[in-house]
Design a protein around this ligand. Sequence first.
Ligand code: ZN
Length: 115
Amino acid sequence: MENPVKKMAELLKGGATMLAETCPVQGCNLPLFRLRTGEILCPIHGKVYIVKTEEEEKRVREELTVKTILNRLEKYVLTILNTYIENKTLSTRELIEWLEVLERIYRIKNAARTK
Ligand SMILES: [Zn+2]
């Protein structure tokens, strides 16, 4: 396992802020760090989410589920497009339709990011 003190020093050097909250992973209890991007990290466990209410937790869970589904969908579409490039099995019309699907996935992802 990586040395957490070393990682903490790296985070601080990189401009991260140490927070009063500690890592929610059981038995960890290391201080959390906020990056300039707003992401919150545990030096060992990586990205974590701080939620103060059950409602907030529900929202974060839903967002993560949406992100997972979109990522899987993106991979699926890319696989299809890749197959098209290799085998030319799709018609141009189908290709355009798949590209539109891909565009929508990216649009939803961007909208979720800027919220
Ligand atoms: Zn942790």
